[in-house]
Design a protein around this ligand. Structure first.
Ligand code: FE
Length: 204
């Protein structure tokens, strides 16, 4: 259940969005398009979730969750949480609101080894992982492979080692059902891909 924000907070979100858009790369696996999708998925999960979700905190966390993500950054979640605090500083938010945005960003990443302590954080974590599943998830895996010189077979391995494990990491019920549906499509795609890859090998 989404607890909608008032007009004043909506204006703050709009201003933060303008700043955030300038800070993200336009293209790439963690560019602005990813942020827009994570926002949409998060709002969908929030609307289906039984417990109350703070729309203001959720939207700000989505907008800023990967803002400091760069190739080779050691802990992008921690760096993005710090950057979020700096960005939000000038907007007159309550200290507690800034803390909740930071907490959600800090704990959204699996590689950071932290787990979310708030519902907003759990939703962001789920939405971020759901964007690595389904048709978009497939597209992003190969986008990443292109950026990093990974072969098709290495990409297939990545699907099994990482992507197909994501549904088991979901923290909300609505997130789990979206993730499972998207994983089903990934499996269908993979079986065809593997079939074609081994055909290529047999014929060469
Ligand atoms: Fe992300």
């Amino acid at each position: 259940m989404l607890i909608e924000m008032g007009e004043e907070k909506r204006r703050i979100v709009e201003r933060v969005e303008k700043i955030a858009k300038l800070l993200y790369p336009k293209a790439g696996t963690h560019g602005w398009e990813h942020v827009e999708r994570v926002m949409a998925i998060s709002l969908k999960i929030a609307s289906e979730e039984k417990s109350p979700v703070d729309e203001f905190v959720l939207r700000l966390a989505c907008l800023l969750h990967d803002v400091s993500r760069r190739k080779g950054s050691a802990d992008h979640a921690a760096e993005s949480a710090e950057a979020a605090e700096e960005i939000l500083n000038g907007f007159g938010l309550k200290k507690e609101e800034v803390e909740r945005v930071k907490e959600a960003i800090l704990s959204h990443s699996f590689s950071g080894g932290r787990s979310p302590r708030t519902l907003e954080g759990a939703i962001l974590s789920d939405a971020d992982k759901i964007d690595a599943l389904g048709a978009v998830g497939i597209a992003r895996v190969f986008e990443y492979s292109g950026e990093n010189g990974r072969t098709l077979e290495e990409s297939v391995k990545h699907f099994y080692e990482k992507i197909l494990k994501l549904p088991s990491m979901m923290l909300t019920l609505p997130g789990k059902s979206i993730a499972e549906e998207r994983a089903k499509f990934v499996k269908e795609f993979l079986s065809k891909l593997e079939e074609e890859i081994s055909f290529g090998k047999a014929e060469s």
